[in-house]
Design a binder for this molecule. Structure first.
Ligand SMILES: Nc1nc2c(ncn2[C@@H]2O[C@H](COP(=O)(O)OP(=O)(O)OP(=O)(O)O)[C@@H](O)[C@H]2O)c(=O)[nH]1
Ligand SMILES: [Mg+2]
Length: 612
C-alpha cells in the first residue's frame, strides 16, 4: 500500500446512511433514500484528503449479516473478504451504524470486526440520536470495541469532518481475525447487550411521532385509503402542475420554429429543422415538466420513510398474486424506468420471487411512456372537471397507471398458478423512521432526471427523429403522383407493411411506423408521430389537433392501452438478460407482454368502436 492512496469501503446495515456519507465525501450523486436496499451495486469514488492523500471510497449495498442470501448482499461480502473478482480487499473498512438503532447495527459491527482487518466505526445519524435523547459514550465504545469511533451526520456538509480526519491519519491496527462459526455468532447477541449496557443510554420511550403516524399509516383500512389517496393526488398534480408548463414550452417552440423557418430557404433543410427538430424534439421536450412533477413526488415519498409502510400494507395482497411485499419498492422504482427497478430486485432473497418481480416490472408505467400518454390524453380526452374537483385527464392518466399495476397482478397470479407455488414467505422488513426529505437529495434527484432526459433527447431521440424525417421525406414522389408525397416515401411503404399486423387493433400506418423507433426509446413515438404528420403537412395547428383530426378515438384508446403493456423497450430486455443470465426469460417477457398488449388493445378497440 502506498501512503499516498488508501482504499476504504463503507459497509453497514441497510439504510444507515452509507451512500449519504459516500456522496458527502466524494461529491458523488448516488441515490439516497429512506428504505433498505437502495444501493445494489458497488460504486466507487475518490477524494483528496487535507494531507494530500488520495482516498478511493467504495459504497456497498447494505447487509444485515454475512449469512448473505440476496445477490446484493453477496457483493458486499465478496468485496470485504477479497473474493470480488479483480479487486483486492480494502485497506480500511469504515463500518457505518445508525446511532438511533445501535441495538441492531452493532451486531454487524462485531461481525465485521471478526474479519480482523483495519476498521473504523462511524456512528451516523447523530443529529437524530441527539434529538431523541440517546447518549453514547464514544470513548468507552471505542475502547470496548478496540477501534476508533467517530460521530457523523451524513446529511450535513460539515458532518463528516471527524471521519475525514480519522481516515486521513494513521490506519488503525487490525484486531485478531476470529473464526466465524454458528456457535460464536450466538455470542454476538450477548456482546451487543453488554456494549449497549456500558456505553449507550437510551431514553425509555420510542419515537412518539412515528408511532402516532404509524397508527394511521399501517391501519388495515385507513392505511389503504391513505395510500390510494396519495397515489391519486400525485397523478392529479402531474396534470394540474405539469400541464401549464408543458403548454408554455410547446407554445414557445412553435413560435421559435416559425421564426427559424423564415430564415431558412424552403426545402429539405427547412423541413428538417421545423418538422423534425422543432416539431419532433420540441414536442418531447415539452413533457419534461410533467416528468419532473412526478419525480418530485416519488423522491419525496422515498425520503419520507413511507414506502416500506406501503410495502407492508400491500404485502398480503402481493403474496396473493405471487409477489411479495419486497417486490413493492423495485416495482415502484420501475415507474421511473424498469431498468433500476429490475436491478433493485437484487435485494429479493427468494429467486422465484425475484424472477416474478423482474417479469412484471416492465408493466409499471415508466416515465418514458408519460409523454406518449400525455400527448394522446391531451388530444383526445376533454379537460373537464369531475365532481367539481378532479381533472378528467388526470383521472385517465391514473387509470392507465392502474392498468399497468392490475396487469402486473394478473400476470403474477397466473405465474403463481403455473409454477404451482403454495409457499408464502413472511415479510421481514425494517420500518425506518419518518424523515423530512432533504432538499439537497430531492434537488439532486430532479437534476439527475433532467440530465438523463436531455441526454436521451439529444442522443437516441434526436438520431431517430432525424432518421424518421429522412425516411418520411425520401424518396420524393414520382412525377405525376397524385397522393400526398409522404405516401411514396420509405416511411409510407414501411408503415403500410407494418399496418397489416396492427390494423386489427385500429392503428393506421403512421402509428404502426412510430412503434419502430419507440423500441429504442419510447418517447420517440411522440417525436415520430409529430414528424410524420408535420412532413405530411398536417401539423400546422399543433400535433394534438392533427392527431385528433386523423385518428379516431377508438384507435387512440387502443394505442394508449398498447403502450401500457407492450414490451417496447430494448434496454429493458437487455437488462433482463443481464440480471437473469437467460435468453429464455427474455423471450418469455417479450412474448407474454406482446400478447397481453395485443389482446388488451384489440378488446379496447372493438369495445370503443362498438360504443361510439
Ligand atoms: N437525519 C439524518 N438522516 C440521514 C443521515 N444519513 C443519512 N440519512 C438519511 O437516511 C436515509 C438512508 O440513507 P442512505 O445513504 O440511502 O442509506 P444506505 O446506508 O446507503 O442504504 P442502502 O443503500 O439501502 O444500504 C436517507 O433518507 C438519508 O437522507 C444523518 O446523518 N442524519
Ligand atoms: Mg446506499
Amino acid at each position: 500500500m502506498s501512503a499516498a492512496t488508501l482504499r476504504i469501503a463503507l459497509v453497514g446495515n441497510p439504510n444507515c446512511g452509507k451512500t449519504a456519507l459516500f456522496n458527502q465525501l466524494t461529491g458523488g450523486r448516488q441515490k439516497v433514500a429512506n428504505y433498505a436496499g437502495v444501493t445494489v451495486e458497488r460504486k466507487e469514488g475518490r477524494f483528496t484528503a487535507p494531507s494530500g492523500r488520495v482516498l478511493h471510497v467504495l459504497d456497498l449495498p447494505g447487509t444485515y449479516s454475512f449469512d448473505a442470501t440476496s445477490p446484493d448482499e453477496r457483493i458486499t461480502r465478496d468485496v470485504l473478504e477479497g473474493n470480488y473478482p479483480g479487486e483486492a480487499p480494502p485497506d480500511l473498512i469504515v463500518c457505518v451504524a445508525d446511532a438511533t438503532n445501535l441495538r441492531l447495527h452493532l451486531r454487524f459491527v462485531l461481525e465485521v470486526k471478526r474479519l480482523g482487518r483495519p476498521m473504523v466505526l462511524a456512528l451516523n445519524m447523530m443529529d437524530a440520536a441527539r434529538r431523541r435523547g440517546i447518549v453514547i459514550d464514544v470513548a468507552k465504545l471505542s475502547q470496548r470495541l478496540g477501534m476508533p469511533v467517530v460521530e457523523t451526520v451524513a446529511v450535513r456538509r460539515d458532518g463528516v469532518r471527524a471521519l475525514i480526519a480519522q481516515v486521513d491519519g494513521e490506519v488503525p491496527a487490525a484486531g485478531p481475525a476470529q473464526a466465524d462459526d454458528p456457535a460464536s455468532r450466538a455470542d454476538l447477541h450477548e456482546e451487543v447487550r453488554a456494549l449497549m449496557h456500558d456505553a449507550v443510554r437510551m431514553p425509555r420511550a420510542t419515537d412518539a411521532l412515528d408511532d402516532a403516524l404509524d397508527r394511521w399509516a399501517l391501519h388495515p383500512v385507513f392505511g389503504l385509503v391513505i395510500l390510494a389517496a396519495v397515489m391519486f393526488l400525485v397523478f392529479q398534480a402531474v396534470y394540474s402542475l405539469g400541464k401549464p408548463m408543458t403548454d408554455a414550452i410547446a407554445a414557445g417552440f412553435d413560435w421559435l420554429g416559425a421564426h427559424v423557418a423564415t430564415w431558412l430557404p424552403a426545402g429539405p433543410l427547412q423541413s428538417l429543422v421545423t418538422d423534425g427538430l422543432f416539431g419532433g424534439l420540441g414536442t418531447v421536450l415539452g413533457f419534461l415538466p410533467e416528468i419532473l412533477v412526478l419525480f418530485f413526488f416519488i423522491l419525496t415519498l422515498e425520503e419520507s420513510g413511507y414506502l416500506p409502510r406501503a410495502a407492508f400494507l400491500l404485502d398480503r395482497l402481493m403474496v396473493a398474486v405471487g409477489l411479495t411485499g419486497r417486490s413493492f419498492i423495485p416495482l415502484l422504482s420501475s415507474f421511473a424506468c424498469a431498468i433500476p427497478g429490475i436491478m433493485g430486485t437484487r435485494s429479493i432473497t427468494d429467486p422465484r420471487d425475484r424472477l416474478a418481480t423482474i417479469l412484471v416490472a416492465p408493466l409499471m408505467t415508466c416515465s418514458a411512456r408519460l409523454p406518449v400518454y400525455a400527448l394522446l390524453i391531451g388530444a383526445f380526452i376533454p379537460s373537464r372537471r369531475v365532481l367539481g374537483l378532479f381533472n378528467l385527464q388526470g383521472m385517465v392518466l391514473f387509470a392507465l397507471y392502474a392498468a399497468g399495476i392490475a396487469g402486473a397482478m394478473g400476470v403474477g397470479w397466473v405465474m403463481k398458478r403455473l409454477r404451482g407455488d403454495k409457499s408464502e414467505h413472511a415479510l421481514l422488513m425494517e420500518l425506518p423512521s419518518y424523515r423530512l426529505p432533504q432538499v439537497r437529495d430531492v434537488a439532486i434527484g430532479l437534476w439527475e432526471r433532467t440530465t438523463i432526459f436531455l441526454r436521451r433527447l439529444t442522443g437516441v431521440i434526436l438520431a431517430l427523429t432525424v432518421l424518421m424525417w429522412f425516411i418520411s421525406t425520401f424518396p420524393a414522389p414520382p412525377p405525376g403522383a397524385t397522393g400526398p408525397a409522404i405516401e411514396y416515401s420509405i416511411a409510407g411503404y414501411l408503415g403500410r407493411a407494418l399496418q397489416h399486423v396492427f390494423a386489427p387493433i385500429g392503428f393506421n400506418w403512421q402509428i404502426s411506423l412510430s412503434l419502430i423507433p419507440a423500441f429504442a426509446a419510447r418517447e420517440t413515438a411522440v417525436a415520430a408521430l409529430a414528424t410524420v404528420y408535420a412532413v405530411g403537412g398536417d401539423a400546422g395547428s399543433g400535433l394534438g389537433q392533427a392527431l385528433a383530426a386523423h385518428i379516431p378515438l377508438a384507435s387512440a384508446l387502443s394505442l394508449l392501452v398498447w403502450f401500457a403493456f407492450a414490451p417496447q423497450c430494448m434496454s429493458t430486455l437487455a437488462v433482463i438478460r443481464r440480471e437473469t443470465g437467460s435468453w429464455r426469460v427474455v423471450m418469455i417477457a417479450f412474448g407474454y407482454m406482446f400478447a397481453l398488449a395485443y389482446v388488451a388493445a384489440f378488446v379496447t378497440y372493438r369495445l370503443a368502436v362498438w360504443l361510439t
